[in-house]
Structure formats: structure tokens, C-alpha cells
Design a protein around this ligand. Sequence first.
Ligand code: ATP
Ligand SMILES: Nc1nc2c(ncn2[C@@H]2O[C@H](COP(=O)(O)O)[C@@H](O)[C@H]2O)c(=O)[nH]1
Length: 435
Amino acid sequence: MKVHSLILVAPSSAASLSLHPKLLFRKLKTLSTRDDTRLDSVKDFSMGEAPAFILQGLQKGFDNVLESKGGAFETATVVGDKKYVIGGTDGETLSARVKILGEWVNLVELGTKPISCNGHSAVLLKDRILILKKNSKPDDCIWFLEVDTQFVKAQKKILGTEVVAWSKGVIGNAEKPFVISGPSGVGKGTLISMLMTEFPSMFGFSVSHTTRAPRCMEKDGIHYHFTQKSVMENEIKDGKFLEFASVHGNLYGTSVEAVEQVSDSGKRCILEIDVQGARSVRASSLEAMFIFICPPTMEELEKRLRDRGTETEEQVQKRLRNAQNEIEQGTSSGIFDHILHNDNLQECYANLKKLLGLDNCVTSPKSAPKEINLPMDHSVSKIDDKIIINCISSGLEKESNNMILLDVSSLKGGAPGRTRGLDFKVIDGHRNGPM
Ligand SMILES: Nc1ncnc2c1ncn2[C@@H]1O[C@H](COP(=O)(O)OP(=O)(O)OP(=O)(O)O)[C@@H](O)[C@H]1O
Ligand SMILES: Nc1nc2c(ncn2[C@@H]2O[C@H](COP(=O)(O)O)[C@@H](O)[C@H]2O)c(=O)[nH]1
């Protein structure tokens, strides 16, 4: 029998990625050939201990799949007394609605929503719903709708309403970003340029937003995203910034997207931000390495700032006044993992490379990122932290029963950024022989 739609209650024994494929196939076959009346017993599941279930379009009339008149595909996921309805083809994106005790209530959806698709599966994990989009590109097929994560809980408190947050799922982990701070003119930008010139495929710069005016050689989107104060303040309210601070009289900030874009490219992200920003990142969920750059003396710092010639006299004075406080904070607050002294530039650069494990480093070509290819037709089931995607191939002479095992045991990050740490394995059914 071909498995079209399958619903499982998580057995106590964990199916791990290391489970022998033959055993897994056997286990699934047993479960999938069960009488469909088995489904009724799990219709009323509640959230908490992560009951395993699938929401699948193929099982018409099944409680969790709603198909509205216009052909809009929707799934409903019950979490305690709430029912999250996800889908709709009337817009360009998927969206979510929620019913509490049978009544529709106002729901704020945060994050970037996924673009619409021809159906999806929805699987309840502990505090979020995994969405597997059908007929979507490999880098767009896995999404999460967070319903009870720390981020959602905090936003509910702030907004005083029901909140969910969308987050795109990414296979693998990002390289640990590093934060470089130090007073204006100490040489942060110079050191970062040297690093990016020597290791172009290894590092990416997080392009900050700022409300200050561009300097003559600065380009929008490359050196900074130059913006208006009111625009940036609204984006801060919308939760788009990982950190922000008022520095030397202007607003500066790192958007969540700036860091995620660098990580998506497989590079290690560099954040060049002030001490207040570093403090905020330290308190955020972003795991990073923190480096503070110190000038040899205040006189030398002043000379470098003046020689750079990018600031007016008034601005130089302001930056020097702030520098004293930054150096005190940077060297005594415990925010920073490492302090480097930029007296001799080449020596400081060599020390920075040492910290980053790059001394005597030979750059090797990067292996291509792992990509998941979800077939249009698949059914989904769940055992503990493993999502089993049964790929249904039709029209082929031989029936293929490939499976994708998606491991959601080590999720990292999440809204307002990407959800990383996903892993998967393809199990070729043919190679396992008859069961
Ligand atoms: N070790 C050094 N010795 C002498 N000059 C230096 C040294 N390091 C950097 N400089 C020079 O000091 C000036 C300021 O450096 P840079 O612009 O990199 O500072 P910054 O910390 O990035 O400043 P800001 O925070 O304002 O962006 C530049 O003209 C640079 O060439
Ligand atoms: N908190 C943040 N501070 C930032 C960010 N980007 C830059 N900076 C700091 O601003 C000063 C001044 O920069 P300049 O380009 O005007 O010379 C610099 O020393 C950085 O420390 C940011 O995104 N967040």
C-alpha cells in the first residue's frame, strides 16, 4: 500500500537519523497500514508535549485540512484551546488566523510571510508549527509559524494581543558572527577591510542602517543603509532591528535581515557597532564573539580622526568626548571576549587573525550547501524530533519510496530572523530491498 496520508502518535522510542533505514521503513510500514479509524483517536490533541501529527491535504474530510470554496488550501492546527488556520490562496503570501474557543480573534502576524504555494503540510512542534510548502524552491520550502516561542511571548506582552511570528527554515548552522567595537577612529573599519580583502569568501559585512548623511565616497546599501529617522524609528517598532543606538548624535542599527543575509551566503558575519550596540547584541539570542579595539593613546586617536578628514571640528570633538566613555566601558564591562590594541596596524591585524583562527590559514573552497528537494506529492509524519517525509512518485514504472528524514532536534534562532539548525537525510527506498 502506498502511504498517502499518515498520522502518528509519537512512540516513546525515538527514531533518530541514525535509525537504520530498513528498520525505519519497517516501522513506518506498520504504522501506515493501520486502519484509518486510528485517525479519530488523535483529532483532539493539545499542545505541550508535542503530540505528533500531520496535516495533509490528501485526506479529504479530515479535521485538520480545510478546503474552502475557492479552492484555497488551508490547514488547521489545534494548540490547546486555539486553532491556527494557515493558508489561503487569495493573497500573495500564506497567512494565519486564529480561533479561540471557537471564536475568531484579532491576530498580529510578525516576520516575513512565505509566498503562497499549492498546498502545504503543517506539523506541530513544541512551540511552533512547521510548514512544508509543496512545489516550492529548495530554499523556500521550509517555514515556521511560531505560536509560543520566547519571542512570541514577549511580543504578546508588548502588543497586548494574540501574536504569531513567521520564520524561514534553513538547513545547517550559520558561522558564529563577530562584533567589533571601539572608539571612532581607532581603526575598526581599516582592520575589517584588510580581513575582507584577504579572505573575501570567508567574511561578510553586516550593513548597518544610519540616519547620518553619507560621506562623499560612501554608497547606500554598501557602506550603510542611509535612512530617515522617522522611517528607522518605525522599523525599530516593527521589531526589524537586532540592536540600535544613538551614536554621536545619529541613530545607527543592525537589522535582523542584515545579519541573516550574510549567514545565508555561508559567510561569517562581521558587525561593526558601538559599545551600546554590543551590549544589546550580548543580551540578544545571537551567539557572537565580541572584540574591542583600543587606541594606544587619546592623542593618537585624535590624530587618526583628524587625519581621516571626514568629520567637522565639532564632530571630532564630540567623537573624542564619547571615546573616553567607550574605552572605559569596553575595557571594564565584561561585554567583550577579547581586547586588541591597535598601535601598530600590521601587528593588530595579525592578532585579530589569530583570534579568528586564521593565522597560517589556507583557504579551501567551500562545499555546496545541502539543499532539500521536496517533491510535489508527499505525506508527512512525525516521530519525536524527526519529520518523516514520504515522497510519492507517480507516473514512474517502478514505484519509488524515497524518504526524507528532517531532523528538527537542534533548531537555532527563529523569529524575527531565520530558523537554522535543520538537518536532513534522504533514504533511498530501493536500496533497502523488499520489506
Ligand atoms: N594602527 C594604525 N596606525 C595609524 N593609523 C591607523 C591605524 N589604524 C587605522 N589607522 C587610520 O586611522 C583612521 C581611522 O581608521 P578607521 O576609519 O578604520 O576607524 P574606525 O574605527 O572605523 O572609525 P569609525 O568608528 O569612525 O568608523 C584611518 O585614516 C586609518 O587609515
Ligand atoms: N550600535 C551601532 N553602532 C554602529 C552601527 N554602525 C556603526 N556604528 C558605530 O557608529 C560609529 C560611527 O560610525 P561612522 O560610520 O559614522 O564613523 C562607529 O564607531 C560604530 O561603532 C550599528 O549598526 N549599530
